[in-house]
Design a protein around this ligand. Structure first.
Ligand SMILES: *[C@@H]1O[C@H](CO)[C@@H](O)[C@H](O)[C@H]1NC(C)=O
Ligand SMILES: *[C@@H]1O[C@H](CO)[C@@H](O)[C@H](O)[C@H]1NC(C)=O
Ligand SMILES: *[C@@H]1O[C@H](CO)[C@@H](O)[C@H](O)[C@H]1NC(C)=O
Ligand SMILES: *[C@@H]1O[C@H](CO)[C@@H](O)[C@H](O)[C@H]1NC(C)=O
Ligand SMILES: *[C@@H]1O[C@H](CO)[C@@H](O)[C@H](O)[C@H]1NC(C)=O
Ligand SMILES: *[C@@H]1O[C@H](CO)[C@@H](O)[C@H](O)[C@H]1NC(C)=O
Length: 419
């Protein structure tokens, strides 16, 4: 109720009585109904977003109720055999990983009460690991070995991240030509709403698994990433002095997950999205090289790749189908495009009314202006509801120079949008 009242006060008065009534209904709806029911009712009662708020400012350095803590950093030594690279991390994080995997199994068993799914995962999926390319196959083996979690479950867990990651990513350039890249990592959609304390169980359990990784060869950093322990693909990373990269999931009705089913059935000419980002971070030699590989490699599912470089104008959002780049949206400073932004919708289509993080994020970036853009002001944008929401696990801020990375665990106290 408080959220609805707050929103009502901030509305222009010309909207009048009709919308006041509508918003009051939204307040009741929220008070009485679980999120699933809201899904059905929301188009009727929810516009505009009652959880929205004015753009935040001076949130940085992170503190207060939206800040849940820092994350530890681990070195992943690429000179070790793939099966040994993750041992140290698993030694520290296997308990947290097991909690998350158990939760995913519980959810699967809710949908398929016979227990058959988990059975299939444990006994059949593990063979599929052998069909994955080196070094991923051996790394997954190693993680299973050192965590004690069955290999099939580790594989499914890795696939999960590729499918259920919803996010907001931003690349912005300041007046001096410096590039910033930041993202909120939102995860756990529809996977277990905890009625007792108004949160997503999986989102909560994932927070202790978040780590910063420093991938090294010859004791030197090759790239850095922000990961969930146990996931070997990349959703956020920086290659020092070359480029920054994030991946967002792209829901697509035209063949979205067909590729994943085909992969299970034996057609394996496409690449897992997170493996491509990993290969690009590890081995691409320039912004252009990275852009080319991200735009052209055949994938198992659609995705958005958000890439930033080190020179003025180097920043883009690549909208991918499985086979091709449908759109590349580049920074264009001369034309006034000093940032690019991606949530989980194609930029030429309106975002889902229920999940409009794009408009609030753009509004806050526009308000900040290019003069004042910096990692702290981007953190402000990513701290504004509903860009910050109940699914937000962490915020990562990156700067390509020296491969600078900061990651903060987040919390979205009530009133706060469930997604
Ligand atoms: C897994 O561990 C077993 C013994 O603990 C070992 O024999 C095997 O080589 C290990 N496999 C990998 C891929 O590390
Ligand atoms: C929600 O409840 C669980 C236990 O049921 C607790 O561990 C967790 O800290 C609570 N989370 C919040 C955000 O209050
Ligand atoms: C990395 O550094 C450690 C100690 O600092 C050293 O023992 C090791 O040989 C070095 N490895 C490489 C590949 O240079
Ligand atoms: C990167 O290239 C090296 C050398 O060719 C190769 O061994 C490694 O597997 C590649 N990494 C990925 C993730 O493909
Ligand atoms: C932000 O500014 C851009 C460029 O001027 C404009 O196209 C866009 O509509 C603005 N968006 C919002 C939400 O204010
Ligand atoms: C930019 O930052 C300066 C210093 O903090 C502040 O005075 C100014 O109002 C800001 N400009 C905008 C457009 O927010």
């Amino acid at each position: 109720m408080w959220a609805a009242a707050h929103d009502w006060r901030s509305q222009p008065s010309r909207e009048g009585k009709r919308s006041e009534g509508r918003r009051r209904m939204a307040g009741w709806g929220r008070a009485l109904l679980p999120p699933a029911a809201l899904l059905v009712l929301a188009p009727l009662v929810l516009a505009p977003d009652p959880y929205g708020e004015d753009c935040k400012s001076k949130m940085y350095p992170p503190s207060g109720p939206t800040f849940k803590g820092n994350v530890p950093t681990y070195i992943i030594n690429l000179d070790l055999p793939p099966s040994k690279r993750w041992d140290e991390l698993m030694r520290d994080k296997k308990t947290e990983l097991k909690t998350v995997v158990q939760n995913i199994k519980d959810i699967a068993n809710t949908f398929f009460p016979s227990g058959k799914i988990v059975d299939i995962v444990d006994h059949k999926i593990s063979h599929l690991t052998e069909t994955l390319p080196y070094p991923f196959n051996e790394e997954l083996q190693g993680i299973a070995n050192s965590s004690g979690v069955p290999l099939g479950e580790i594989v499914i867990f890795n696939i999960f991240y590729e499918i259920f990651t919803v996010c907001t990513s931003i690349v912005a350039e300041d007046k001096t030509g410096k590039l910033y890249h930041a993202r909120n990592l939102d995860f756990g959609l529809f996977l277990g709403w905890d009625v007792k304390n108004n949160s997503w169980t999986l989102t909560r359990e994932l927070k202790p698994t978040v780590v910063n990784l420093d991938f090294q060869r010859n004791n030197k950093t090759v790239f850095r990433s922000t990961n969930f322990a146990g996931y070997i693909g990349m959703v956020s990373g920086v290659k020092p002095d070359l480029f920054t990269l994030t991946m967002n999931e792209r829901f697509s009705l035209d063949g979205g997950y067909v590729g994943i089913f085909e992969w299970f059935l034996g057609r394996r000419d496409g690449m897992w999205m997170g493996f491509l980002t990993r290969a690009v971070l590890e081995n691409a030699t320039s912004y252009q090289d990275a852009k080319e590989k991200l735009a052209k490699t055949r994938l198992l599912a659609p995705a958005y790749f958000i890439l930033g470089g080190k020179n003025s104008g180097e920043g883009c959002v690549i909208t991918r189908s499985r086979t091709a780049a449908l759109d590349i949206w580049d920074l264009d400073i001369k034309k006034g495009t000093w940032y690019v932004l991606e949530t989980n919708y194609d930029r030429w289509k309106p975002p889902l009314i229920l999940d409009n993080r794009r408009t609030p994020a753009m509004k806050c970036l526009n308000q900040t202006t290019q003069e004042n853009i910096s990692l702290p002001t981007i953190y402000d944008v990513l701290s504004t509801k509903p860009v910050l929401n109940k699914l937000t696990v962490c915020t990562t801020l990156m700067e390509v120079y020296n491969g600078h990375t900061e990651t903060y665990l987040r919390e979205c106290p009530d009133p706060c949008s469930p997604w």
